[in-house]
Design a protein around this ligand. Sequence first.
Ligand SMILES: [Zn+2]
Length: 369
Amino acid sequence: MTTSGSMKTITDLPPEIIDTICHELTLEDIANMQAAAPLLDSMVKFIFFPKFTKMRVTMDENGSMITLSPRSTHSYLEHSFSVSGDSPMRRQILEDCSSVESLTISCSDHNKDYHILNAINRAEIKLSKLVINIHSPQKCDDCLEPSFRDTYCVKIMNRSHRKITEFLREQASTVNTLKMSTSEEDSISVKLRPLDSASTSTESHVHFAHTADSALNSSLIYPLFKAFNDAKPSGPSSVRLTVDWRIRLDLALQSAFMVALPVWGHRSRVTKMRIGFSSKVSSLSHDEINASLEAFSKQLEFTRNLKELVCDVTNSKIDPCNLESMIYALSSQLDLERGHRIRVVHDAPVIEDTRNWVKEEWAGWPKVY
Ligand SMILES: [Zn+2]
């Protein structure tokens, strides 16, 4: 194809024209055009695709869909594109998506076909952020019948959990933000970021807002977050746990710890840990909070280098007279002779314990670092 005047080939077209043409087409049309006109192929690769940094994959009983979205959506040349996951052009489209860094997977845990995830890995898309929304279908009669559920549905669900975990394992070396949810109310996220640009130390921030469910813990949650952490050369040196719970704060707190530090070898690297709670903590009595902290402290058996443990019970309405017993509750596994520090941050006073048990620092405002 040639044009008149000074333009000799189609590659002389201004990039904006190529971009505008692509925005009038579907992803399949674009892929067909690339296949038919090799000169256009590289232009489309370099002009059109790089703006797409976000991908969404939905999988349910009706099939699957891939949606590509640009980083920003300010102009008409920045809208999203969708294509069926069964498209014959899928492979070619995915191979041009090397700028994608964030992927959201929304799927049913009864889904049987995970080829699309294998195709994403084969296309060498390297993610930094992965969001997984996995839920049970609203209509499954078998799920309502315990005997069917156990023999049929649970097998499919476990397979789904395995497939998702296998997908993450392939991506885990680059993923630094992982979020999963199993319902509107149940989610867990972990964000791993460098503590400062000069060092290799990282902080892991876990936001845990999930109902304690031991079956789900062992089939999905722990394997998923273990795969995420296994790929990191060393564990985080600083850990922040933010816990929101519906029932059993003690179980939620322990699960949050397991999500942050599922690899045993990583635990001894942690020097700083901060735990905090949602405003729901105001509904708990001092005894309930203390019992949860005491159960939590048993997790600290292998965090041998933990120097500073901060417990933020802001909003808890705890009588400052009770703060000291919280420090006792937290300290069962900590060797105070080795210079560990525990700090309880509370609305009004800050109480601090150092090597010289118990030093209290009363400040007018909570310390935040
Ligand atoms: Zn079912």
